[in-house]
Design a protein around this ligand. Structure first.
Ligand SMILES: Nc1ncnc2c1ncn2[C@@H]1O[C@H](COP(=O)(O)OP(=O)(O)OP(=O)(O)O)[C@@H](O)[C@H]1O
Ligand SMILES: [Mg+2]
Length: 232
């Protein structure tokens, strides 16, 4: 459904992505793994039109995305949960979710089904976002994105700094999205989280994608993790 074809991306004079290509299908979970600074966040920003693509193209179901204005991209059914979350901190949980609902024109049914995935948010609808715990803020960032009823969701390190119970909740949500045929691109440093969940894992190294393997292949070849992440 989404295809990135041979893109070059630079910040000013500094090129960060070099002929990068990736694709994801409906209901598929694609994980991006790579060292700090490899270009994972930049890849997601390219999809959202937040950095200009110099060469190459990005398409969604055969229509070009990289020629659209950035504000039109959420309307194509792609939701983005940035690294570090970026909520409207002074607004309440409900107001943050309303922003997602307004963007999609979705109603109460969507609101309720998203709250069913995150019962802790239901208990805190009037609480200001900035007073939520770190894990709750991550839930809210995902909930707001899901209120947009995306067909593709981009998650940038959603489990960063979270305890295991919160990580498993986020995994459950990702599994539910896959079951609803939503495509997910997940940037994740936590290899354990990626291993038994990902349909495919794309390694990102110096702004390139040297290799993409299935989740099973990664499990069978742990040396890939050492090669591309430099860790056990
Ligand atoms: N706005 C910017 N201006 C200039 N350089 C940038 C900008 N944003 C990112 N970069 C550089 O681009 C490179 C890739 O950054 P990016 O954020 O995509 O990496 P990443 O793989 O997401 O890393 P991390 O795992 O640390 O989040 C880095 O060298 C970074 O310093
Ligand atoms: Mg990043």
């Amino acid at each position: 459904m989404l295809a990135i074809n041979n893109i070059d991306v630079a910040y000013g004079n500094v090129q960060v992505l070099f002929g990068l290509s990736l694709h994801v299908k409906r209901g598929e979970l694609l994980c991006l793994l790579g060292r700090n600074g490899a270009g994972k966040t930049t890849t997601l920003k390219s999809i959202m039109g937040l950095v200009p693509v110099r060469n190459g193209s990005i398409s969604l179901d055969d229509s070009a995305l990289n020629t659209l204005a950035p504000h039109k991209i959420p309307g194509t059914g792609i939701a983005y949960v940035p690294q570090g979350r970026r909520l409207f901190s002074e607004l309440s949980v409900k107001q943050n979710m309303d922003i997602g609902l307004m963007a999609s024109g979705a109603g109460t049914e969507t609101f309720e089904s998203v709250l069913d995935m995150f019962p802790r948010l239901r208990e805190r609808l009037r609480q200001r976002a900035e007073t939520l715990s770190g894990g709750e803020q991550q839930m809210l960032a995902m909930a707001r994105a899901l209120c947009m009823k995306p067909q593709l969701i981009l998650l940038d390190e959603p489990t960063e700094g979270l305890q295991p119970s919160m990580i498993s909740l986020i995994r459950d949500v990702v599994e539910q999205l896959k079951a609803q045929n939503v495509a997910v691109i997940l940037v994740e440093q936590n290899v354990e989280t990626v291993l038994n969940m990902a349909d495919r894992v794309a390694f990102i190294e110096h702004g390139r994608n040297p290799e993409t393997v299935s989740g099973q292949e990664l499990q069978a070849n742990p040396e890939l993790v050492r090669r591309y992440l430099g860790v056990e």
